[in-house]
Design a protein around this ligand. Structure first.
Ligand code: PAF
Length: 518
């Protein structure tokens, strides 16, 4: 049963009692009521992460200018309470303005001690048009933090400027609370949820969906390499120019932490927009983040790709996209499902809902951790039976297609390194760093001979080895599936005169240079 408290003293004594009896964390979701799915997603997060959740509902006079909609702002406590009740919220704190020492008029800021965030953050974006708004927000949020002393507090990413200012506030004033962001929740049309959407007519709502469409265009352009502020902003302007109803107040590209304007996205940019649709002011934004780079290492057999890749993954904190382990995992799955290896249709069906996960091992000497349907199969995929069947499974085109699709999906987030024959050409043609690791056939033959001798195999003909290697290169370069190919933009590393550690250092250096140039 949700408990409604209206005074600070009741709330404090309730929380004191709770803290005396419980160790658990207290989460706060500060709101101005008129709760919608955006708030509910913050509440769901708070409930999952805390043992007691307080939702505050207070239409804060301090953050409304005299010309703004304080009097008309939607107030629907009964409905909000029911929603909180159905979500399993423990406490709703809904004080009056008097209780919060905020006279219920729009001059409230003059009658109260206030918290003033850095001007550099409050005089940009919305702050240009709402001069005292963020002082009002910072003051009330500080007051709520003091009253409730939550362990965590939840704020939506839709109000990206508010979120950045509150993060800075708790940092500057050493307020012991973790700020947790919640992603923007949208209607099916893409319109970001806001309590103010209630003011929109049907037509206005339809037109307002164009804001999101324009942000999606920006995202696409950014993914395709556009990083210039003017070009990205112009895309939005062009899209919204077609709408009679939507009038842009501002569009800016800023650093999401400092909120200062940027001309180019080096690593991360926040594109924020405010518009009027009719007389309703709406805001939205998108965070554009360059993904962590992908390293693609291709090259002929015997050039040391796998040792180099494993070691780099460990050194640079990247996921080693162990494609060999992926094919082994599928082989294991086929075997344990009792499906015949030549029943390609059944295998294709089996792979439809493949739930496969790779995680970096804790130590470089351990194999990649592989999970299928949540079950750890790291050891199970290394049996002789799997080894015997893995190449037959890997030759099935449905298997290859499915695994390449999965690899590419993981690649969207970046931060991985993969080796093979066509990683830079076929699997990750947009990889940021492509290496073609090779050595002359005679050098690879010499290395192979050393390996074999180390295993006690001595009667080997070096010339024969070299010929075998040349033949294999030929086959690999001409095979129908995944032929060996050097990408045009790959850096070729001929390793004849380099030790394995020199190769690793060289690639690590290239990677670090790349990251530093972001
Ligand atoms: O985001 C809001 O609803 C308000 O600005 C907040 C954080 C509840 C402060 O009044």
């Amino acid at each position: 049963m949700v408990l409604l408290l209206r005074t600070i003293s009741e709330l404090r004594s309730h929380l004191k009692g709770y803290r005396q009896a419980n160790q658990g964390k207290i989460g706060l979701v500060p709101t101005m009521g008129a709760l919608h799915q955006g708030h509910l997603s913050l509440i769901t997060k708070a409930i999952a992460e805390n043992s007691l959740v307080v939702v505050s509902i207070f239409v804060n006079p301090l953050q409304f200018a005299p010309t703004e909609d304080l009097a008309n702002y939607p107030r629907q406590l009964e409905q909000d309470l029911q929603l909180c009740e159905s979500m399993g919220v423990d406490l709703v704190f809904a004080p009056t303005p008097e209780e919060m020492n905020s006279r219920g008029d729009t001059n409230a800021l003059n009658n109260k001690t206030t918290v003033i965030p850095p001007q550099s953050m409050t005089q940009v974006l919305c702050g240009k048009y709402r001069p005292d708004h963020f002082t009002g927000v910072a003051s009330i949020v500080t007051q709520l933090f003091n009253i409730i002393q939550p362990d965590k507090a939840y704020f939506g990413q839709k109000d990206a400027q508010q979120l950045a200012i509150i993060r800075r506030l708790v940092q500057d004033l050493n307020i012991p609370v973790a700020i947790v962001p919640g992603s923007i929740i949208r209607e099916a049309s893409g319109l970001a949820l806001s309590s103010r959407n209630q003011y929109l007519t049907k037509l206005e709502k339809k037109e307002a969906a164009k804001i999101y469409e324009s942000l999606q265009q920006v995202k696409l352009a950014f993914t395709e390499g556009e990083i210039n502020a003017t070009a990205l902003i112009d895309l939005v302007k062009q899209k919204l120019a077609n709408s009679e109803e939507v009038k842009i107040q501002y569009i800016e590209l800023v650093d999401p932490v400092s909120l200062q304007a940027i001309t180019q996205i080096k690593q991360t940019g926040l594109l924020a927009i405010a518009v009027y649709v009719g007389s309703t002011r709406l805001i939205d934004n998108i965070v554009l983040q360059k993904r962590q780079p992908i390293i693609a290492i291709d090259g002929p057999a015997g050039a040391g790709k796998s040792t180099v890749t494993r070691s780099l993954a460990h050194q640079l904190g990247l996921l080693y996209l162990d494609t060999g382990a992926m094919y082994r995992a599928v082989t294991w799955l086929v075997q344990s499902s009792g499906i015949a290896i030549n029943d390609h249709q059944a295998i294709a069906n089996l792979l439809q809902d493949l739930d496969l996960k790779l995680t970096s091992p804790s130590s470089i000497d351990l194999p990649t951790v592989v999970e299928i349907d949540g079950q750890d199969v790291t050891t199970a995929i290394r049996t002789l039976e799997v080894t015997a069947n893995v190449s037959a499974i890997a030759a099935i085109s449905a298997v290859r297609e499915k695994l390449v699709e999965m690899q590419q999906q993981w690649g969207e987030q970046g931060g991985l390194i993969a080796e093979g024959r066509d990683i830079g050409t076929n699997v990750f043609p947009h990889a940021e760093l492509k290496i073609f690791l090779t050595a002359t056939a005679s050098e690879r033959a010499r290395r192979r001979l050393q390996d074999l001798q180390a295993q006690g195999i001595n009667d080997i003909d070096l010339q024969q080895l070299e010929q075998d290697i040349q033949r294999r290169d030929e086959q690999d370069s001409n095979r129908a599936i995944s032929p060996l190919k050097k990408a045009d933009d790959a850096i070729e590393l001929i390793t004849d005169n380099l030790s394995i550690n020199q190769v690793i250092d060289k690639i690590a250096q290239l990677y670090r240079q790349l990251v530093a140039s972001y």
